[in-house]
Design a protein around this ligand. Sequence first.
Ligand SMILES: [Zn+2]
Length: 93
Amino acid sequence: MFRRGPHAAEVSPPEDLRFTDPAVPERSCCCPARPVVKVVMPPTADRPHPVDLWLCGHHYRASFAALVAAGARVEDLDTAAAAVRADHAAVPA
Ligand SMILES: [Zn+2]
């Protein structure tokens, strides 16, 4: 009834680290979506160690101001090159 096309088996796996790196979880901490950023929350007086948060794009954008205010470090997972680059959220002037 339904036949696969002749090139169906030739689809290569995605190069995106979100899909290939076993260190990247399939779900965000905030919702079932795949994470697009890894946020490292710095230690506080109540929490003596840093905490990793895996956020989807929607919740990252929604909480960006709070993350900046908290001095969070953000690692973009969108591309392989971005995984090497670690952006630091800018502290407002
Ligand atoms: Zn989310």
